[in-house]
Ligand binder design. Sequence first.
Ligand code: THU
Length: 168
Amino acid sequence: MVTYRPLPLTETQRSTLISSALSARDGSYSPYSKFRVGACMLKEDGGFVKGANVECASYGGAICAERTAIVKAVSEGTKKFVGLAVTSDVPAIISPCGICRQLLREFCPLDMPILLVPSNYEEGVTKVVKVSDVEGKGTEGVLVETTMGELLPLSFGPEDLDKPRDRS
Ligand code: THU
């Protein structure tokens, strides 16, 4: 269960998250979709964990970049995260798929910042916008900043399983 609150990202954390997500694409194994995705998670202890999408000939077995990163971290003992950045080779931002959102929800606070990074991101040049500013305007070449709770509203999480039942 997630019981801590993330602090706002520092400038260094933001730029490292972004550059690490962009470079994480180099680890992508995506011969089927030819759609590289890179992700980077910031751990509560300050460390960064990168992930890329890994596909297989049985297409349904593909693992997204976000899940690669979180599974790497959790399986090595980290269960607290304070930031995430995701990018692809597309100048319009992409956003974590439904399965990834649920797995992220397991370990990430609802107010954790998530940076959706366009492929042509340039530090100091690319505009940073909130989801509310983007609606209807498209996401080409802008960095969209959102949160876990915004991506998965009214979500089901580990704490729901602790609630008393009407019947046993
Ligand atoms: N993919 C990700 O890695 N993350 C996302 O947020 C969306 C989709 C991957 C899965 C698959 O390898 C490829 O992109 C095309 O769907």
